[in-house]
Design a protein around this ligand. Structure first.
Ligand SMILES: C[S@@+](CC[C@H](N)C(=O)[O-])C[C@H]1O[C@@H](n2cnc3c(N)ncnc32)[C@H](O)[C@@H]1O
Length: 291
């Protein structure tokens, strides 16, 4: 390798440690700098960033600074609307590049995603690994609201389940899910079902050892479907939003009551925060044992 190539690599390594604000400080005013967000999300080779309207005129400078820090980024998306609708997708404006499909790597799995068409969150990758480590050999697992398949595929690759069924209503996400199953060579284990959990689950025969409900926005509306679907001693991973105070004081009782009202007796084994949703509102997962 030539000296100049070596110095270019070490230069880009150095810049990757420099903050976005630091890279922009000579190009924008102090007031503008204060409005620019410190962090952004990297999904494969796509960056997703929040740029407030007051500084949107600086988007080219911001894109340039991001590209200095991360040389292999092909597209930069500005988030212009919050995650919404049944498919839970945010709205984006492309501020650099064109291609909105990418491949994400997590836990030795590869996943095709297009954040403008499907839900996917890098931040939940630790939670996916945690769940996969809980799955015992030979378990039959159901993932409701499966998206492009990250939970189902990580479980199939990291654990030894006998079967993982994932149900997803967004046809584009279900297409990615099928593609991702093939990409990760888990066709023998993972079954993708496209459609509404409410219509599909009652038709699936037999009990599961473990059911995941990874959509905190709607999970509570689907608890009634679970009666007779989980073995005694089996687990349900229930995701929900709550404030910190509510979590400490009321959440376990509230969730046990909700399941009890739906004739499913559960014990809360664990509560874990996995990301915040809005100021003072957090995403929690409750690991529930069916008793
Ligand atoms: C918050 S996303 C989570 C996706 C995935 N579990 C993940 O973590 O990447 C919720 C997903 O549930 C899907 N969904 C919403 N309502 C549904 C329903 N009634 N039946 C099946 N899927 C549904 C949405 O399309 C979306 O992909």
């Amino acid at each position: 390798m030539t000296v100049s190539r070596l110095s270019l690599i070490s230069e880009s390594k150095k810049l990757s440690n420099v903050s976005l604000k630091e890279l922009l400080k000579d190009k924008v005013s102090k007031e503008e700098l204060n409005l620019i967000r410190r962090s952004f999300e990297i999904i494969g080779d796509i960056v997703v960033i929040d740029i407030p309207d007051e500084v949107v005129h600086l988007k080219d400078h911001i894109a340039e600074a991001i590209l200095k820090k991360h040389k292999n980024i092909k597209t930069i998306l500005r988030k212009v609307g919050e995650v919404e609708g049944v498919y839970r997708i945010a709205r984006y404006e492309v501020i650099y590049g064109e291609e909105t499909e990418t491949v994400v790597k997590e836990h030795n799995c590869r996943l095709f995603v297009d954040p403008t068409k499907v839900y996917y969150s890098v931040k939940l990758s630790g939670e996916r690994e945690r769940i996969a480590r809980l799955v015992g050999e030979g378990e039959r697992v159901l993932v409701m609201f499966a998206g492009v398949g990250p939970y189902a595929i990580v479980i199939a690759r990291l654990a030894k389940p006998s079967e993982v069924i994932g149900i997803e209503i967004n046809p584009v996400a279900a297409d990615y899910f099928r593609k991702n199953v093939r990409l990760n060579k888990v066709e023998e284990i993972v079954r993708v079902i496209e459609g509404d959990v409410r219509k599909i689950l009652p038709k699936i025969e037999g009990e599961f050892d473990r059911i995941l409900m990874p959509s905190p926005y709607i999970a509570e509306n689907f608890v009634d479907l679970l009666e007779g679907k989980v073995k005694t001693g089996g687990m349900i991973h229930y995701y929900t939003f709550a404030g910190k105070e509510e979590k400490e004081k009321e959440l376990p009782e509230k969730v046990m009551r909700l399941f009890g009202e739906n004739r499913i007796k559960v014990e809360v084994k664990n509560i874990r925060e996995c990301g915040n949703f809005a100021p003072y509102v957090y995403r929690y997962v409750l690991d529930l044992e069916v008793i």
